[in-house]
Design a protein around this ligand. Sequence first.
Ligand code: F6P
Length: 342
Amino acid sequence: MTAIKRIAILTSGGDAPGMNAAIRSVVLAAHHFHIDVVSFYHGYNGLIHADNINHAKLLTLNDVNNIIHRGGTILKSARCPEMLTENGLKQAAKTLTLENIDALIVIGGDGSFNGLLALKEHWHGQLIGVPGTIDNDLDGTDFTIGFATAVNTAIEAIDKIRDTADAFERIFIVELMGRHSGHITFNVGIACGAEQVLSFENFSVDDKQVKLKQLADEIKSAQENRHGSYIIVIAENLWPGGAIELAKELKVAASMDCTACVLGHIQRGGSPVPKDRLLATKMGVAAVQAIIEGKNNIMIAEQNSAICHITLEQAVEHHKVVSQQLVDAQENILALTAQNQY
Ligand code: F6P
């Protein structure tokens, strides 16, 4: 095994709270093993445009001091369509070679790991993914860095919406992030006691008209039997036109005044909760250890509270599905609400 001297690191795709904690952990662990960490900025753009964006910068212990609690990423992030082109990949590989990099750590989600897989054909250093996305949709790891904080942020927001909704006995439709999976929506919806959770796992747009009628009937029945608020949480990219359109359609179909609220990027920001700080720290150390052990083409994962490795191919092959137990739990709670037993 050749001695590792230089690791490169970048953050890519949607930022997630805890990315800074992971960067810090990589730098501290690498320092312990006398390895330099070279950072690139703005995701893969930093590699492709190394000459004119930001030169590779050596990260010192001082650079990662006091960042464990900060949201966002000190390395900046971006999506990078050029990583899908032959020219972009060649440029990225050239930079890594010129900088004498032994291994590249990318903190990001599935799009970022597809970039790593494409780079594999052009560069022969070690490629390591660290799962950082609020969506929690990467297969092979129980949790991704940032998910716990995003759930917490959305819960705090909806608890506040509940107060004003209760005061006015109002119907709210709250749209949550998650791209094409309902990990955030189900976890937040259940933890907030939302009357309805609408996500990819329990609704198909083909059944839109049936759902509209069902929602209208259930809301009416709930309002007749108990006064109070009614909260529907809905996953983004699910209902055509999102929460705002659903509110309009309920108004037309059932003369109901609903207030739509799109939580949006607030879910990506903020100080990471302890769970994300710990996960990020464990994964950052594991990434450095994996590099020293000669591992390549892997994503650092956590399964049943134990750190493990899975191949990058496995990580991106399927989106991780929402636990059926969670979906069933919501269905059973909903059944009670519909029968007005609660
Ligand atoms: O990947 C994380 C995520 O926050 C998704 O939940 C959301 O769909 C998307 O990023 C929004 O990305 P953008 O930065 O392009 O607005």
